[in-house]
Design a protein around this ligand. Structure first.
Ligand SMILES: [Zn+2]
Length: 296
């Protein structure tokens, strides 16, 4: 009798028995996934396509990623052509007419926007400006607010919950950011060299000055002439550190750093880039700690 009664209740009120399906969010990068998880909590399921230890410019367009996008309600991407080599193929292959796609670069103060017509001449992979903007923690809240608004639009019943998570994400990030700024304060104006143009937002925020790059142009291996000039400049200016992402092949920057008498500083460029970096704030804990150690 009880079983029959339960069945009737279930049939009459299916939503009482089954919690609402979490909103399925696919992101191109692990940083966007981490922020989406912080805001969406248990009301979202989040998958990132690029892992934090991969170069997000170069990801293989696998059919399994098309299936993810096919099942997603929301796609978050960094934009500024960061994913141009692989995301359009995946979205096309996913054939998901219900997909809402959000470019998180809107609202960001983009650095290094080229003057004149946009071109990928000579393979420059930053034709719309520098796409590595998540590496300034002041951009975290801008991305988080947009993600929050989008989640609320797709799941209005959860908007108060998303809003609460957003507020605590921002409060925690701002509190920690002050501590990171104190940690980096002694190194304001310190000159460093970098492999790829991906630390400009980090440098602008932390006060580091990036003098030059190993890559002639973003994504282009250096000519021997450029490398020789760079090493000479590093020696003359007594540059202490050469910043390299941990997915970059270290052999070239390592030998350049050695010849210049500098230290190669290997940094994670995304959440998941090292074991133990699972949140957006943990990424900056790691990066600022590593930089302060290398520059002291
Ligand atoms: Zn880049």
């Amino acid at each position: 009798m009880t079983a029959v009664f339960c069945l009737i209740i279930l049939l009459l009120f299916p939503r009482l028995s089954l919690p609402a399906e979490p909103l399925f969010v696919v992101t191109t990068t692990a940083d966007l996934a981490a922020i989406a998880k912080s805001i969406g909590g248990e009301r979202v399921k989040v998958e990132s396509i690029a892992k934090g230890f991969q170069d997000p410019h170069y990801v293989e367009a696998k059919p399994s990623y098309m299936r993810l996008i096919n099942q997603a309600r929301l796609l978050l991407h960094a934009g500024l052509q960061l994913e141009v080599g692989w995301l359009p193929l995946l979205v096309q292959g996913a054939r998901n007419p219900n997909l809402v796609s959000v470019n998180l670069s809107e609202g960001i103060n983009v650095l290094e926007i080229p003057h004149g017509p946009i071109t990928r001449a000579q393979g420059d992979i930053h034709p719309e400006g520098n796409p590595h903007y998540w590496l300034d923690p002041r951009n975290g809240p801008i991305m988080a607010r947009r993600i929050g608004r989008q989640l609320a639009a797709l799941s209005p019943a959860d908007s108060a919950y998303f809003d609460k998570n957003l507020k605590s994400f921002e409060a925690d990030l701002n509190r920690r950011r002050q501590r990171w700024e104190e940690l980096m304060a002694p190194f304001r104006g310190a000159q460093v060299v970098a492999y790829h143009k991906q630390w400009e937002y980090l440098a602008q925020w932390s006060g580091l000055s990036i003098l030059d790059y190993v890559e002639d142009k973003p994504g282009i291996p250096p000519s021997p002439k450029h490398l020789a000039n760079l090493i000479r400049t590093m020696q003359q200016r007594k540059i202490k550190a050469l910043l390299v992402a941990n997915f970059t092949n270290p052999s070239l920057p390592q030998s350049a750093a050695e010849r210049a008498g500098a230290k190669m500083v290997v940094l994670p460029a995304s959440v998941g880039g090292e074991k133990g970096i699972e949140t957006y704030t943990e990424l900056f804990e790691w990066i600022t700690g590593r930089l302060a150690e290398a520059l002291k």
